[in-house]
Design a protein around this ligand. Sequence first.
Ligand code: ADP
Ligand code: MG
Length: 276
Amino acid sequence: QVAPAHPKPLRVLALANQKGGVGKTTTAINLGTALAAIGEQVLVIDLDPQGNASTGLGIDRRRRKVSTYHVMAGEAPLVDAITPTAVPRLSVAPSTMDLLGLELELASASDRAHRLRNILRDLTMPEGIEPISYVLIDCPPSLNLLTINALAAADAVMVPLQCEFFALEGLSQLLRTVEQVRGALNPKLQIQGVVLTMYDPRNNLSTQVVADVRGFMGDKVYETMIPRNVRVSEAPSHGKPVLLYDLKCAGSQAYLRLASEVIQREGRAPPPAAAA
Ligand code: ADP
Ligand code: MG
């Protein structure tokens, strides 16, 4: 096999929203699967101590000997944490509850905000293993030092918003944090987009929220909305992305469409100087 003349550069996307239950983890798992399905080499980095992305990708506790805690604590290189999943081309760096303690350990370190960026910069895959083309970072539901590390390491942030009454609440704070990180830590940081999740067309409130968010964020909002879909919520308990669990369901199809929008946006992302 001939190596491509221009190997794809690594793109790092952080899935962030300080609210819990908005679809960060579900999107990390299923967007990751959809990107892998269309040929990208994808790594999900689980930065949430809850480890839901790791569980949802079928990595049980015994297979988390080397976790993102070890990597972030400087005890192991990232390659050692990379664990294959049932999805070809999709791997995960799993997390454990140990990550809860990292915040305190990091606080006094001089590279406290840049540690993940440096780790990704130094990532080289072993001989014979395809280089990663997309990293998706599943952030914890907080604007803590782990999320700051993700934003400092990312090319762009993706914001999942649940279609419910308080969707916009907290968004301004998140956008301010993104501004601050761009100013102080990561000038190239862009907003890849806002993804509306758990959309229910039969619910008037859901449609009103969509209108509000589109009014506020304009074309930053992806056309694709992820519908509320029982198959999406069942899949994690089987340790599978919904695309493996039920490819035909509306949730799987939506994540495939989202993946192609994401790739399209990557293709026409403005240079950093022109970023909003
Ligand atoms: P977060 O990572 O932001 O806390 P999750 O991705 O864990 O949010 O989602 C919260 C809950 O909502 C989970 O139980 C998940 O299975 C469920 N969920 C997420 N997206 C959908 C969807 N499109 N349809 C139905 N349930 C969903
Ligand atoms: Mg989560």
